[in-house]
Design a protein around this ligand. Structure first.
Ligand code: NAP
Length: 355
């Protein structure tokens, strides 16, 4: 079996853990990086996460450039990769349509074309909102006929980041349809490593913990039915690796979401306990919060981005196909409460120590 892989987004949160997982299972990975001078630091991080950095090499590239910015030597290097993992993304709230599309949509299409060109399998990381049919219909995605979707209108409703994630998903499917081997993994919001708690600041979970520590979360958004589905990063990358090399997953997608994640109130309480801060108990109804955040200046004042609220929702998901996949691979969901607690303690000790 060809064990050479290409990974985009390898320096990111999930990417670092994926590289540690792949390399410790005997896979060689070429990492596509914008700044190859940061490769030694990435190798050190992968080692710290339990990976084998001798299995890693690097090519300079950029998702926003034609042909991914790969020169001839880099193209030869990646041509030997049988599996492409696409994780690279521009993640920020408030991105314009043009900014978000350049990296997240066109970049994903370029990776799909590279997979087709090299007859490689593509494992793309999407997001769990793509498994929420009601949400997709609400925001105007035509799932039956995606090319008929008014994408600029979708971007206006959900913001640049989420809009571009949704559009990229359908564009890559069109690109690969009937021609290439595509598997998509849709993760829930990430919490840290179930044992060490390792997580990076800036991740949405880390932001929620920061709001609690800084006592800026005066009320719990939504009702008792709202939740923020989670998955721990170590279990996610295990699922990504298993899915990428499972022939039955060609043309399939996998929802990577721990259905036992507590509701948002339970999550806030668990975070409060681990962080040793008093959590809020009152709820603020979602329409009220959204109306408040629509007022100029308030998102900045409250330090809450309206786009981030879409990920807090009421819908529950059919986990039957994922559970079947786990049974086939003899894996079981690890305890999510442990990952929540470990992540909160890690954040407090590592980044929010002074708070
Ligand atoms: N984190 C979550 O909670 C979550 C939940 C669901 C889905 N996802 C999805 O999972 C994937 C990985 O997410 P993450 O949280 O690991 O992301 P992340 O930590 O923000 O990392 C993003 C990665 O993309 C790279 N990148 C950005 N712009 C690039 C460009 N123009 N060319 C090449 N590389 C570029 C970054 O490299 P630099 O080092 O050069 O900046 C970095 O390695 C994404 O598809 C994301 O949408 C994440």
């Amino acid at each position: 079996m060809n064990t050479f892989c290409l990974v985009t987004g390898g320096s990111g949160f999930i990417g670092q853990h994926l590289l540690a997982n792949l390399s410790s299972h005997g896979y060689s990975a070429v990492v596509l990086m914008r700044r190859i001078s940061e490769f030694p630091l990435l190798c050190q991080r992968v080692r710290e996460l339990g990976g084998n950095d001798r299995m890693l090499s690097v090519v300079q590239g950029d998702l926003s450039l034609p042909d991914l910015g790969l020169d001839a030597a880099a193209q030869r290097q990646v041509a030997g990769c049988a599996t492409l993992f696409h994780l690279g993304v521009q993640f920020a709230w408030g991105l314009s349509l043009a900014q978000a599309r350049e990296v997240n949509v066109e970049g994903a299409q370029r990776v799909a074309r590279l997979a087709l060109q090299n007859d490689a399998r593509l494992l793309m990381v999407g997001g769990y909102m793509l498994c929420n049919g009601q949400h997709l219909a609400r925001v105007g995605v035509n799932t039956r006929l995606p090319e008929a979707t008014d994408w600029p209108a979708v971007y206006r409703r959900v913001g640049g980041y989420e809009g571009s994630k949704l559009e990229a998903h359908y564009r890559v499917h069109t690109e690969m349809s009937g021609r290439g081997a595509l598997t998509v993994v849709h993760p829930a919001t990430l919490c840290g490593h179930a044992e060490t708690g390792h997580i990076l600041p800036g991740q949405p979970f880390a932001e929620l913990a920061r709001q609690l520590i800084e006592r800026r979360l005066a009320a719990i958004p939504g009702s008792r039915q709202h939740w923020l589905p989670l998955i721990s990063v170590d279990f996610l990358v295990e699922l990504i690796r298993l899915a990428a090399f499972d022939s039955r997953m060609v043309g399939q997608s996998l929802l990577a979401l721990d259905a036992r994640t507590p509701d948002l109130r339970g999550l806030v309480l668990a975070l409060g306990e681990a962080l040793q801060v008093r959590p809020p108990h009152r709820h603020v109804p979602m329409p009220v919060l959204k109306a408040l955040l629509a007022m100029p200046g308030l998102p900045r004042l409250l330090q809450v981005e309206p786009e981030s609220l879409d990920f807090i929702q009421r819908e529950r998901f059919d986990m039957g196909p994922t559970d079947e996949f786990l049974r086939r691979h003899k894996r079981d969901w690890p305890a999510i409460e442990q990952a929540i607690g470990a992540s909160a303690r890690y954040l407090k000790a590592t980044f929010y120590a002074a708070s």
